[in-house]
Design a protein around this ligand. Structure first.
Ligand SMILES: Nc1ncnc2c1ncn2[C@@H]1O[C@H](COP(=O)(O)OP(=O)(O)OP(=O)(O)O)[C@@H](O)[C@H]1O
Length: 931
């Protein structure tokens, strides 16, 4: 169609709008070739004249007919542009109250900021086992989980579900539901095996660890990790301050074991918080007990909990949350004694934060009063030497050739030293817990252990919930690492969606015009390449006199020419800007070196490691009850996902003893900077992800006020642009909706072929076999013959005389899992009738014999015993189908109910107005009467 035809009078278009981003309008007059102007009447009635400079490029985007509005897959829109995507999401979200929408291979999830009734077990049942989950049911996070689970079960291929989005967009909630879905579906599989007495050897007597427990343990890991790793920020009341990748391995559709890797816990939050933010939830939960034996009281009595001047979270009871955390501890097998030990350390951290450090005798020194209550409370709880701690919090040892000097700290240095110990202790607790969870998610019985040894063979589904892209007023080292991680994830997404997809079209010689996308490789190189930002940072950290400002200068000299690096033209001089894929972010260099070194003075470490309590001593030495193997939190000991707190430190390592030497001999630890560890763990993560079949969930934060079902178009478009959803729409719409390898396709549909070919298809014949399967489509008898009397591919088809049947049957077919429309017989893969219900003259079951009684028009024959499992499965499928209908109805109902509530609210408001009007009228009448 030519532009003149497309842009004729009355055509519906979109115009840019400052407030709503896009506004609908209608062309008042058609576009003429070479015209410089276009007149549009907006929906508001305003008439606007558009300047056309580069016709064909700057003509306004076209609008779809109303009938397409609210499509649940954006790729099915006729006109695909930013305005249409936004409009569609808006209608679905605001009018239909639907939070999920497919966008090709991506599920877009809008945060409703309100509980929606779409996650209960009926809905899980509806999605589980649904073969065409993408089209038969509304888009849902359960749909994505089902696709991953199904793909894994059928093809034994590892899957990953990557949940991304900015802070507060709903990643953790969606990841939590995904986890629940997998746990429920897997436990249903276990139960159904148990029901029919199959057993399959799993979970039988003698196992010391039953299958049902592992699902519970997986779910119990959530409240623990959230209590210790989540905090209230200005953007999100329950913000994850660490990244998490959970891998669930399955054996015969049941969970075999699981493991969690964590990424870069934000340790600085333990000692300082921005305004209106909180420390980690667990501290406030603990304070709610006001336990005197731990010296606990209201959170505002502790320095470490008062940085943000915020101690509570709306609608959250810390006391209730504590009981959730403790219940989860029990589920994971943590004893009350160990729990008490953890709480003791947390309380000690809080008391340590209250230690008051004064200027010493000179301005270059500092001191702590012998009677400091914070110091004595911390030392009593940790069972460590108070005098030693008091000394080494305000001094350090310098070792030169042949001699040692004791140098006092300034007040600032002493505060840093104290905070570093507090952060170290908290990180030890966190990583110990991750190791504990991993231990609890292993298989324990002999049989299960064997499985674990073969774990690399078991397929898994991995769920990645990693901190979203962050921009604050002041962005520091943590934001830099978080945004770097997002940059890597975006690249992973690009590689999968754009690069690989297009490469396949080229290699398959499919006619294809390339879709441009923003490749963020140059930005990643700026960060992680040799002489890039991280490299220069590490170099500076090695310098004795290294400083943040020196590092900044070096970056400016070395990286100044990069397209993705910049310095602010106005304002702060100690900033550098990185142009990320999402947005440019200005980072303040202050504190980068210190955070990257993450140094804890060895003298202080030795003191806490010398605790009289064996548990503490082991925990602070990198060991403990759960015996974390190497890098804590790594799955089955593989990978280096979690920073090992043992490798964090090492600033000054004393080599000899002095009068005030701490009691324990120092050990040697590697000097690995935080950024270096993080880079390595991200490389490992990307490596893992690249070997899986990825599924993407893009979470969108619809407004900053956390208002329920409210969409700020500007914010939504920002996020859609940033995470590549719009480009995905274009590529998904232009490309093929489904891609199968020969092997995959053959495995899935081979039962349609004659036995001979089905069994004998070797690698070389795979393509031919696939072609043969596709040829089946030519035979109407096999593709759902419309003829009512069709009995399947008999030769010739017995329904040949009926309308809609060609009467042709192909010799290529054997009896497949027949699902003829009239449902005379149902077959499973091995051609055995499940339950011949249609026995009679038209029975399609040709096997005869014991399983079928031709002529007996009855469905009352009891199935043979060995079909019981299949029948159970069949019934389950029926149940699921019913549940699907219920879920769909419920979805609709929910939308209608909401509309009704809205209408009631409006009615109430109008009534109130009416009443107010009447009252006013009465008043006026009274005053008139008085007059
Ligand atoms: N599907 C949902 N239904 C109801 N409420 C939701 C849903 N998704 C998110 N929310 C609300 O939004 C809040 C923030 O969500 P969530 O913690 O998952 O964000 P996030 O993307 O993980 O943020 P961060 O990166 O800061 O951890 C939740 O605490 C919850 O109140």
């Amino acid at each position: 169609m030519s532009l003149v035809e497309l842009y004729s009078k009355g055509t519906r278009v979109w115009l840019p709008d400052t407030l709503e981003i896009w506004q609908g309008g209608v062309l008042t007059a058609g576009y003429q070739e070479g015209a410089k102007e276009l007149t549009v009447t907006l929906e508001s009635g305003e008439v606007r004249t558009l300047r056309i400079r580069d016709a064909g490029r700057d003509l306004p985007p076209l609008r779809n007919p109303d009938i397409l509005t609210g499509e649940n897959n954006l790729t099915s829109l006729s006109y695909l542009n930013e305005a249409e995507v936004l409009h569609n999401l808006r209608i679905r979200f605001l009018e239909r109250r639907t939070i999920y929408t497919y966008c090709g291979i991506v599920l877009v999830a809008l945060n409703p900021y309100q509980d929606v009734p779409i996650y209960d077990d009926t809905v899980i049942l509806a999605y589980s086992g649904c073969e065409d989950v993408g089209s038969a049911l509304e888009p849902h996070v359960f749909g994505v989980a089902e696709q991953a689970f199904n793909h894994m079960s059928v093809f034994g291929q590892n899957q990953s579900i990557i949940v991304s989005g900015e802070s507060g967009s709903g990643k953790t909630v969606n990841a939590r539901y995904t986890l629940r879905y997998l746990a429920t579906v897997a436990s249903a599989a276990t139960a159904s095996v148990g029901d029919v007495g199959g057993g399959g050897g799993n979970g039988g007597a003698g196992d010391d660890f039953h299958y049902s427990q592992i699902e519970d343990r997986i779910l119990a890991s959530n409240p623990i990790l959230e209590a210790f790793g989540n905090a209230k920020t200005t953007r999100n009341d329950n913000s994850s301050r660490f990244g998490k990748y959970i891998q669930i391995a399955f054996a015969a559709s049941q969970i075999s074991h699981a493991s969690i890797r964590t990424y870069l816990l934000e340790k600085s939050r333990v000692v300082t918080q921005a305004s209106n933010e909180r420390n980690y939830h667990i501290f406030y939960q603990l304070c709610s007990t006001e336990d005197a034996s731990l010296g606990l009281s209201s959170p505002d009595n502790f320095q470490y909990l008062s940085g943000g001047q915020c101690w509570t979270v709306d609608n959250v009871s810390d006391a209730d949350e504590l009981s959730v955390t403790r219940t989860a501890f029990r589920t994971l097998g943590l004893t009350e004694d160990d729990e008490w030990s953890l709480f003791t350390i947390l309380a000690a951290i809080l008391h340590l934060g209250n230690v008051s450090i004064h200027p010493g005798e000179s301005s270059e020194s500092s001191a702590i009063a012998a009677s400091d209550p914070g110091l004595s409370a911390a030392c009593d709880l940790l069972k460590i030497d108070q005098e030693q701690l008091r000394t080494w919090l305000v001094h350090r040892r310098i070792v030169t050739v042949g001699e040692q000097l004791i140098k006092p700290f300034t007040v600032d240095e002493a505060v840093n030293a104290r905070d570093a110990v507090a952060k170290f202790m908290y990180a030890c607790v966190f990583h110990w817990l991750v190791a504990l969870i991993n231990k609890a998610l292993e298989r324990r019985s002999q049989q299960q252990k064997q499985k674990t040894e073969l774990s690399h063979c078991l397929p898994f589904v991995g769920i990645l919930d990693i901190y979203g892209f962050e921009i604050f007023q002041v962005n520091s080292f943590e934001q830099f690492c978080i945004n770097y991680a997002n940059e890597k994830l975006q690249q992973q997404f690009n590689i999968h969606v754009f690069k690989l997809e297009q490469q396949i079209y080229v290699s398959e010689e499919i006619d294809w015009s390339f879709i441009e996308f923003t490749d963020n490789q140059p930005c990643i190189e700026l960060i992680e390449a040799k002489l890039g930002i991280l490299d220069l940072l590490d170099e500076e950290c090695k310098m004795v006199r290294g400083s943040d400002s020196n590092w900044l200068q070096k970056m400016q000299r070395t990286l100044g020419k990069s397209r993705h690096y910049d310095t602010p033209k106005i304002g702060s001089r100690d900033c550098f800007i990185v142009r990320h894929f999402a947005e440019p972010v200005a980072y303040t260099v202050h504190g980068f070196l210190e955070k990257n070194r993450d140094a804890v003075y060895e003298d202080l470490l030795s003191i806490v490691r010398a605790s009289e309590v064996d548990f503490f001593s082991r925990l602070f030495s990198g060991g403990g009850v759960a015996e974390p193997a190497g890098a804590a939190g790594s799955a089955g000991g593989r990978g280096r996902a979690t920073s090992n707190p043992g490798a964090y430190f090492k600033d000054i390592a004393p080599t000899g003893r002095s009068a005030q030497q701490p009691p324990q001999q120092q050990q040697k630890f590697s000097r690995q900077t935080v950024a270096n560890q993080f880079k390595q763990s991200l490389t490992d993560l990307m490596d893992t992800l690249s070997k899986t079949n990825p599924h993407f969930i893009r979470c969108i934060k619809p407004n900053d006020a956390k208002a329920p079902f409210d969409l700020d178009s500007r914010r939504a478009v920002e996020q859609l642009r940033a995470c590549g959803v719009l480009e995905t729409v274009r590529i998904s719409a232009a490309g093929f909706p489904s891609r199968w390898g020969y092997e995959e396709f053959y495995q899935r549909y081979r039962m349609l072929l004659r036995e001979r070919l089905a069994l004998s298809a070797k690698a070389a014949q795979l393509k031919a076999a696939c072609v043969a399967i596709l040829e089946l489509g030519k035979w109407p008898t096999w593709r759902g013959c419309a003829a009512s009397a069709c009995t399947g591919p008999a030769s010739p088809c017995s329904a040949a005389t009926e309308a809609g049947c060609s009467g042709a049957a192909t010799p290529e077919f054997a009896w497949p899992c027949c699902s003829l429309r009239h449902g005379r017989a149902e077959f499973l893969r091995d051609d055995a009738p499940l339950h011949c219900v249609g026995a009679g003259p038209l029975c399609a079951c040709r096997l005869g014999g014991a399983e079928c009684a031709p002529g007996a028009a009855s469905n009352e024959r009891a199935p043979p015993p060995h079909f019981r499992r299949r029948r159970a499965k069949r019934q389950l499928l029926q149940l699921r189908a019913e549940a699907r209908d219920v879920a769909n109805l419920r979805n609709k109902n929910f939308g209608l109910e909401n509309r009704l509530i809205e209408l009631h609210q409006r009615l109430d408001a109008q009534n109130a107005e009416l009443e107010a009007g009447k009252a006013k009228q009465r008043q006026l009448e009274v005053s008139l009467h008085c007059c």
